[in-house]
Design a protein around this ligand. Sequence first.
Ligand SMILES: [Zn+2]
Length: 347
Amino acid sequence: MTAPRFPLPRRRTGRHGETRRRSGATGTPRTAVGGAMAGLALTAAVATAVVPGTAGAETATTATPTGAASTAPSPGPSASVVTSSDSATVTATAALQRAETVTQQTASLPRKQERRIEARAERLAELLESRGQTGASRASERAPLPESGGREALADSATLAEATTKLTKLLDDAESTAIEVQAAPPTPAEVADVQADRAKKAAKKIARHADSLDDFANGRVPAGKMKKLSFAKGETLRADAAAQLERLDVAYHARFGKHLSVTDSYRSYESQVATRASKGYMAAVPGYSNHGWGVAVDLGDGVESFGTPEYEWMREHAPEFGWDNPAWARADGRKPEAWHWEYAPIG
Ligand SMILES: [Zn+2]
């Protein structure tokens, strides 16, 4: 059975009046919890309306849900049980008001928890509703209490009280957990996932940069065509390679507490000549290095050695950003260079 849904009101009004049996006024988008709470609120209003005179009951506002549960099981109509049942409704209504507050305040509730609250709220709504309907349908089978117009001790009032207690506890948990969620920083793995996801989504948009340097010769790219790296002073790369390395660096920083140490990036033709002169075989033939296209970096501070945590982490994560230590440069490659990383567009 599904409770009728209404938009979550800022402040409930007309509880005993026009809200009683309207139906179908849905259609406004809202959060799942908000919807459940709204449905629950209406049902509570109906249930309350079925049992009039609540405000006058002497113990209605003092009995706890637990207390109601312990006194409820006696069958048949009796003033004390009716009071317990009323009290459960009062407590349920209070819980609902708190639910609204929590829902409004904790916009960032984990989805899983949101569903749990929603499920619990719906269950409570069903109980409240069946309580109201039972009261109406069985009215003729009992001797009505004087001027009560069909009160009844419900067998499920204990269940109702229990559900109310559970919902209240769930709301307490939701409040505290929501605060914890806001306070706890994301883990390095979570940061890496988020950045990898962004890299994937950006791939199509930055693809146009891939051939942005085709008009130039290797190592002859004007400085203005290169993109500066924010975390490595003086280092530049082709725009798409730079964008993805920036994302990779965010993930790397979350893991190691330091930025990628870039010792070389774009290398002009003259610079390639100089490097070849000093490193000989270890450097590429001038005019053929990926450094001359702005799609290669040399990294240090741990990454430059095979087997370090930095190198291994890079091997695991960098490919998601289009970066990798190419096969020829790996430990078992023809020219091992742990420090040399190249970019190729992903997607
Ligand atoms: Zn290199």
